[in-house]
Design a protein around this ligand. Structure first.
Ligand SMILES: NC(=O)c1ccc[n+]([C@@H]2O[C@H](COP(=O)([O-])OP(=O)(O)OC[C@H]3O[C@@H](n4cnc5c(N)ncnc54)[C@H](OP(=O)(O)O)[C@@H]3O)[C@@H](O)[C@H]2O)c1
Length: 328
C-alpha cells in the first residue's frame, strides 16, 4: 500500500521518483512529438496539468470535457504558456452512453492517430443519483463511461500502434480509496439501488473498478499480442474540485495533515505523466502505481475472476442501457 514514510519525506523510490516529483521532472527529456493523447477531464485539476505537461513535451493533446467553455479556457491557459502547444477540445459527458458514443464517432471522424488514452475524469462522494441511463452516477461516470470509451477507441489505438510501431498506453486514474468499497468489492446484484448506498463506498467501488478494468484489459491485449499497455494509479491527495461534495471534511483534513500528506497539482499529475510517457515503462502492463512507483493494490483489485466478472457485467450494463434508450 502507500508508503507513508516516502510520502511524507518525498524520498525517491526504485523508479528514481517519489511523492515530491513533479510532472515536468518525471518527463524531462521525453520527446512526445509523435504522440496523440486523449485526456478525459482535462479541463481542470490533475487532468489540466497532465494536458499541459504532455503539450510541453510536444504531444498532440485532445482535452475531452463535458464543459466546453472550461475546456477552451484550459486550452487558452496552456497556449498562453506554451505557444507551440497542439491542443484540441472535444465534448464528452462520461455519465451519458450517448455522449460517449458521439465523442468516439467525432474523434474517429478526425482520422487522427491515438497513442495514449488517459482515463482521468472523475467525481467523488456525491449523493445518490442515477445517470440518464439509469446507472448509479459514480459508477457510471468513473467506470462505465471510461469502459465504453476505451472499447470504442481500442481499434484505433491498435491500428496506430501497428502502423507506427509505437507502443500505445492506456492509463486509468484510480485512487487509494479503492480499499474502501462495499463487501465483496462490487455490488453486482444491486449496483443501482439507493438502499444501502454509501457515497464513500460507491466512490471506492468505482475506483476499484478502474484497477480491475486495467487488469482485465491488459490481460486481453496481451493475449492478442497488441502493442498497448494498460496501467492504473493513485495520484496522491491533491486539493482539487474533486472535493466539491466533501469540501469541509477535506479542508479540515488538509489543514490537519497538509504539510505531510498532500501534494500540489504538479506533483499530483506526476504519476499519470510517468505512466503515460516514461521510457522505463515500455512493455509494463497490468500494474498499479503510486508516487511513480509500482505498488500492490488491494487483494480484491488483483482478483482476476472479479476482473472478468466486472468486464461482462459492464458490457451487459452498457448493452441493456443502450437497448432501453432505443425503445424509449
Ligand atoms: N484529487 C485527489 O486527491 C485524487 C485522489 C485520488 C484519485 N483522484 C482521481 O484523479 C482524477 C482527477 O481528479 P481531480 O482531483 O483532478 O479532480 P477535478 O479537478 O474535479 O477533475 C475531474 C475532472 O473530471 C471531469 N468530469 C467529472 N464528471 C465528468 C463527466 N460526467 N464527463 C466528463 N468529465 C467529467 C470534471 O469536469 P467538471 O469540471 O465539468 O466537473 C473535471 O474536469 C479522478 O479520477 C479522481 O478520482 C484524485
Amino acid at each position: 500500500m502507500v508508503n507513508i514514510l516516502s510520502l511524507i519525506t518525498g524520498l525517491a523510490g526504485p523508479s528514481g521518483f517519489g511523492s515530491a516529483s513533479t510532472a515536468e521532472q518525471v518527463t524531462e527529456g521525453v520527446d512526445a512529438s509523435k504522440l496523440t493523447a486523449i485526456i478525459t477531464g482535462g479541463a481542470s485539476g490533475i487532468g489540466l496539468e497532465t494536458a499541459r505537461v504532455l503539450a510541453l513535451r510536444n504531444a498532440h493533446v485532445i482535452i475531452a470535457a463535458r464543459n466546453i467553455n472550461a475546456a477552451n479556457e484550459a486550452k487558452q491557459q496552456i497556449l498562453d504558456k506554451i505557444k507551440s502547444a497542439r491542443i484540441d477540445v472535444l465534448k464528452l459527458d462520461l455519465c451519458s452512453i450517448k455522449s460517449v458514443k458521439e465523442f468516439a464517432a467525432e474523434f474517429l471522424s478526425l482520422d487522427l492517430p491515438l497513442n495514449i488514452l488517459i482515463n482521468n475524469a472523475g467525481i467523488m462522494f456525491c449523493p445518490f443519483k442515477l445517470s440518464e441511463d439509469g446507472i448509479e452516477l459514480q459508477f457510471a461516470t468513473n467506470h462505465i463511461g471510461h469502459f465504453l470509451l476505451t472499447n470504442m477507441l481500442l481499434d484505433k489505438m491498435k491500428q496506430t500502434a501497428k502502423t507506427t510501431g509505437i507502443e500505445g498506453r492506456i492509463v486509468n486514474l484510480s485512487s487509494i480509496a479503492h480499499l474502501h468499497t462495499y463487501p465483496g468489492g462490487i455490488r453486482f446484484d444491486n449496483i443501482n439501488d439507493e438502499v444501502g448506498y454509501s457515497d464513500k463506498r460507491a466512490y471506492g467501488q468505482s475506483k476499484l473498478a478502474n484497477v480491475l478494468h486495467a487488469i482485465e484489459l491488459s490481460r486481453r491485449l496481451k493475449a492478442e499480442g497488441a502493442n498497448i499497455t494498460v496501467n492504473s494509479l493513485h495520484p496522491g491527495l491533491i486539493m482539487t474540485n474533486l472535493m466539491r461534495h466533501s469540501y469541509f471534511l477535506m479542508r479540515f483534513l488538509n489543514i490537519l495533515t497538509g504539510l505531510l500528506l498532500w501534494k500540489n497539482v504538479s506533483q499530483g499529475a506526476a504519476t499519470t505523466c510517468y505512466v503515460a510517457l516514461h521510457p522505463s515503462l515500455k512493455g509494463v502492463t497490468g500494474k498499479y502505481y503510486v508516487d511513480c512507483n509500482e505498488l500492490e493494490p488491494h487483494a480484491l483489485a488483483k482478483d482476476e475472476t472479479l476482473a472478468k466478472k466486472l468486464w461482462d457485467f459492464s458490457e451487459n450494463l452498457v448493452n441493456s442501457a443502450s437497448k432501453l434508450k432505443e425503445i424509449n
